[in-house]
Design a protein around this ligand. Structure first.
Ligand code: TXA
Ligand code: MG
Length: 348
């Protein structure tokens, strides 16, 4: 038996279980809990040893900083004393919600949380279970997505257990996540602010409040030399199977290309799975097809995306082929995750 194995408690959302989750965090434990975006793996942000445990459990590189989660806006002043007017306006407009703001940090925030940066990322999630656990813990909670580093983010307690059972103290099962992709990360230490990661709050919504926003260089196209957000340089969201993304303006050509790829992989003895929109899911001759939902409802595609990647993996396919989506609204976050998951991208 692996001596490092912990017993991972499976908690529900009863009063008693939420109290237990909060107690574990207060005592330096690691607890996964649902947020509206994805499940997070939380530890007290003020306890460096506990936060180190997050990096170990996930196998996360130490230079990739964590988001600090709060349950009340007033807690932000304990983390940063330099809240500009634009920052305040975004917090007012989108908190609680899928927006993370990067602010100058107070010296009291442990280095292990920010990976030594002079900034701290903060978010107030819009999920009653997350808010209740943080409130009861009585401390800000550092929480990355609760997956093994590099794997698709978890949108259910079962996904968390797949990756982290035996490595963390508890998982609170609050059902599936509503948004399904992570928060939008905005750097407010520059003027104009920069979108470091597209996510649950859209560019259109942000610009409705602040006007023009810049976009980080690696936002759509994977690794760069000197990323503004350290997390951007690592491989992400990858299932065990190789992912191929097929994009293009004409749906007919995308479908044709994917069927051509399926035949080619079959010929080589490879099992294929397709991630498809409802409108085209019936057209593929693959070993497995996962229907992400209608193109008419991009929120549904986002909600099902990570579950789709994990489900096709569980079915044991060698190759996952995904259709592309329009890069507006939440579709920008969906395509960002697909591009980062993909080993190759084919434009038709
Ligand atoms: O929706 C979410 O944001 C989820 C839930 C659990 O809240 N959390 C999440 O955390 O996605 P994580 O660790 O998987 O992604 C955090 C991202 C990483 O790309 C990291 O590099 C970036 O935020 N980040 C954290 N602190 C930063 C900082 N001070 N400056 C720039 N980027 C930062
Ligand atoms: Mg993550």
């Amino acid at each position: 038996m692996d001596l490092m194995q912990k017993k991972t408690e499976m908690l529900s959302v009863t009063d008693e279980d939420l109290e237990r989750a909060a107690q574990l965090i207060r005592e330096g434990g690691l607890v996964a809990f649902p947020t509206e975006t994805v499940y997070g793996l939380g530890a007290s942000a003020m306890d460096p040893a506990a936060v180190s445990g997050i990096f170990t459990a996930k196998g996360r590189p130490g230079d990739n900083p964590l988001i600090v989660h709060i349950a009340d806006v007033s807690q932000v002043y304990g983390l940063s004393e330099d809240i500009t007017v634009p920052a305040q306006r975004l917090m007012e407009a989108f908190w609680p919600g899928p927006l993370t703001v990067v602010l100058p940090r107070k010296p009291g925030v442990p280095d292990v949380v920010t990976a030594g940066l002079d900034t701290v990322a903060v978010r107030m999630p819009d999920h009653p279970v997350a808010l209740e656990v943080i409130r009861r813990a009585g401390v800000p909670v550092a929480a990355p997505s609760a997956n093994s580093s590099g794997r698709p983010s978890p949108t259910s307690a079962a996904h968390v257990a797949e990756d982290l059972a035996g490595k963390i103290d508890a998982v609170v099962d609050g059902g599936p996540c509503r948004v399904g992709v992570e928060s939008t990360v905005v750097d407010l230490t520059t003027e104009p602010p920069v979108i470091l990661r597209p996510g649950g709050v859209t560019r259109e919504e942000l610009e409705g409040v602040l006007g023009h926003m810049e976009t980080a260089a690696s936002f759509t196209y994977g690794p760069v030399e000197a990323p503004r957000s350290p997390g951007m340089k690592y491989r992400h969201y990858s299932p065990k199977a190789e992912v191929v993304l097929v994009t293009g303006g004409q749906p007919e050509r995308v479908t044709e290309k994917i069927n051509e790829l399926i035949s080619r992989y079959h010929c080589r003895g490879k099992q294929t799975g397709v991630l498809a929109a409802a409108e085209t899911a019936g057209r593929y001759r693959a070993d497995a097809v996962f229907n992400l939902g209608s193109r008419g409802c991009p929120e549904e595609i986002a909600r099902n995306l990570f579950n789709g990647l994990r489900s096709l993996d569980m079915q044991g396919v060698d190759i996952i082929i995904s259709e592309g989506y329009a890069e507006t609204g939440i579709g920008t976050a969906v395509m960002n995750r697909l591009r980062k998951a993909a080993g190759s991208i084919i434009e038709v």
